[in-house]
Design a protein around this ligand. Structure first.
Ligand SMILES: Cc1cc2nc3c(=O)[nH]c(=O)nc-3n(C[C@H](O)[C@H](O)[C@H](O)COP(=O)(O)OP(=O)(O)OC[C@H]3O[C@@H](n4cnc5c(N)ncnc54)[C@H](O)[C@@H]3O)c2cc1C
Length: 438
């Protein structure tokens, strides 16, 4: 067996691009990336606004995102990484509250003093845990109700959990919440009252473009608008990929596409394996980005603790990245089950509902402060993490030699993000190299 392969990479999101770049850098063979969208980037794709690029979904960095920081440095792009200090808030009982520091929590009048203290202690307790494994069989909702109290759950968590997980609300493992709170806790600076986040100046498009340039320089091809519709295994143990390019045979495949997309294309997975992969369900994401003539609030992130508001949070990204020609940029993201009623509304219907809700959060806010709005939807934003999720996770090496699965559903319990996807791309190339040598 040769040490080089004709490699197919399914999906041209960050993971697929990182895998392509690393396979080429290691000289593992010819690389074709199959991407169904008209542009690469996946969930980190950008669009043009105010003379710059902006991520379709909010993207910020934490200190712990070392892999993207190292990748940007390796590409000579570190100057594009910027950092800023941000305020967090909570909308509850009809008003906006500061919600960054312990002192803010003590002043949070939507809860009784006892509830506030219980809430603070419970969060501290969770952040102190170092092993996530015992936490994954515990329901986050039940744990929160028990340790922070029913009232604090209702005021702080209920809307977030319901809108993010809907009927799965009780099934979400505490390990998910643990990973989320510890990642955010890492963004606090000693002595600072604010949270510290990073971003890519000019957007993640800077990184995507650099991958594209380097992949092309090394002879790889990234084929966009090229959905993989069929994957068969040949008698020689190779893989025939069907797309608009016709049927092409590859000796190795790295699949970075969501599991449902993979399962609808592949025809040779045995039933038991297929059923296991199919049991991982995904949430959709629906986001409205709004460009405003002036700031909406003083908060970078305003959590919404009011179930009458049709989104669980407002991210005013321009407080972190002030690169929009004096305009303000807000994101209103919603993770939803596919059948959620918001997914059936037109962009205009959503706009009317969201603007009305913004007016309730900030009295005086009216639609004439809006310069433009943009709606983005994606069917596979995130898996539903269920209790004991780690037991469902497929290995990266499959039952079939040189056919690998690397995707966001396997990033657990740490929160999936761009940094992890870059790392998975690097790992995939390393594993393929090892198998080719072996
Ligand atoms: C609302 C939101 C906020 C986020 N915030 C942050 C953040 O603040 N910081 C951060 O670091 N990360 C954030 N992320 C996560 C980050 O965007 C993802 O983790 C990362 O982009 C995933 O990249 P990926 O390549 O693994 O997957 P994807 O981006 O999902 O890429 C998969 C690719 O496969 C393609 N594809 C699917 N089916 C097929 C097919 N049949 N044939 C060919 N191609 C196919 C898709 O078009 C897509 O391009 C956020 C994500 C969302 C949705």
């Amino acid at each position: 067996m040769g040490k080089r392969a004709n490699i197919a990479i399914l999906g041209g999101g960050i993971l697929g691009l990182s895998a392509a770049y690393n396979c080429l850098s290691r000289g593992l063979g010819d690389v074709t990336v199959y991407e169904s969208d008209e542009e690469p980037g996946g969930l980190a794709r950008t669009f043009e606004v105010c003379g710059t690029r902006l991520e379709m979904y909010h993207h910020f960095l934490c200190d712990t995102d070392r892999v993207i920081l190292n990748q940007m440095s390796e590409f000579g792009l570190s100057e594009h990484i910027k950092w800023g200090d941000c305020r967090m808030g909570m909308f509850s009982s009809g008003r906006q509250w500061d919600f960054t520091t312990p002192l803010d929590l003590l002043r949070f009048g939507a809860l009784s003093l006892t509830s506030r203290l219980r809430f603070g202690l419970a969060m501290l307790l969770l952040q102190r845990k170092t092993d996530w494994r015992p936490l994954e069989s515990v329901s986050a909702t039940r744990w929160l109700k028990r340790w922070t109290g029913e009232r604090a759950y209702e005021v702080v968590w209920s809307h977030l959990m319901k809108s993010k997980f809907d009927c799965f609300e009780d099934q979400i493992p505490l390990s998910w919440l643990w990973a989320r709170t510890t990642r955010r806790a890492g963004s606090k600076r000693e002595g600072s009252a604010l949270e510290h986040f990073g971003y890519v100046s000019g957007s993640v498009a800077i990184l995507i473009d650099e991958y594209m340039k380097r992949i092309a320089q090394m002879g790889g091809e990234v084929r966009t608008e090229c959905k993989v519709t069929g994957i068969e295994r040949t008698r020689e143990g190779e893989f025939q990929i069907e797309s608009k390019l016709g049927k092409r045979v590859h000796r190795a495949v790295i699949s970075s596409i969501p599991l449902p997309a993979l399962l609808s294309a592949v025809d040779f997975f045995p039933d038991g394996y297929r059923t296991r992969l199919a049991s991982i369900r995904y949430q959709t994401v629906l986001n409205m980005s709004i460009i405003l003539k002036r700031p909406f609030s003083k908060f970078f992130w305003l959590n919404i603790g009011d179930s009458a508001i049709p989104f669980p949070g407002i991210i005013e990204f321009s407080h972190l990245r002030p690169e929009f020609d004096g305009r303000s940029v807000i994101y209103l993201p919603n993770y939803l089950p596919e059948e959620h009623r918001l997914n059936s509304l037109s962009d205009e219907e959503l706009f009317d509902q969201f603007v009305e809700a913004l007016g309730r959060i900030s009295p005086g806010f009216t639609a004439d402060q809006i310069e433009s709005f943009h709606v983005f939807r994606h069917p596979h934003a995130d898996p539903y993490y269920t209790l004991n999720y780690s037991k469902l996770l497929p290995e990266h090496s499959t039952l079939f030699k040189r056919f690998y699965i690397y995707n966001t559903a396997q990033i657990y319990p740490i929160t999936r993000n761009v940094s992890n996807s870059i790392l998975f791309g690097q790992d995939a190339a390393r594993l393929l190299e090892k198998d080719l040598k072996g």
